[in-house]
Structure formats: structure tokens, C-alpha cells
Design a protein. Structure first.
Length: 63
């Protein structure tokens, strides 16, 4: 829905939709797959893009 309502409308770039999708997949794996584990090497590169994404969402919300 994020892509349909916010990316297609031009509110957020496609890169944000890809990041959001990646994070959602990781969350679902973590919640429903008992053997799924992430590594520092997998997570570290996501920290700054996620901070930037959160900042863009906050701007859109006026915060």
C-alpha cells in the first residue's frame, strides 16, 4: 500500500518503497521464522538509509 499510495503519487521515491519492502520482509522473517537471524554486516548498511527514511516520513507528517 505504501508504494501504491505514496510512491505512485510522488510523495516518496521508489528507493523508499524498496527499503520499506526489505525491512518488512526482514520483520516478517524475524517474527515467523524461528531460525532466521540477521548479522551485523546485513544490518549496519541499513542504519543510515532507515534514519533518512524516518526523517522524510517525519517531514511529511510535519514533525
Amino acid at each position: 500500500m505504501f508504494g501504491q499510495h505514496y510512491v505512485k503519487e510522488g510523495t516518496f521515491p521508489i528507493e523508499d518503497a524498496k527499503l520499506y519492502s526489505q525491512l518488512q520482509t526482514m520483520r516478517e522473517k524475524g517474527d515467523y521464522n524461528c531460525i532466521y537471524q540477521t548479522t551485523e554486516g546485513e544490518m549496519r548498511p541499513l542504519i543510515e538509509p532507515v534514519r533518512e527514511f524516518i526523517g522524510r516520513v517525519g517531514q511529511k507528517l510535519g514533525k
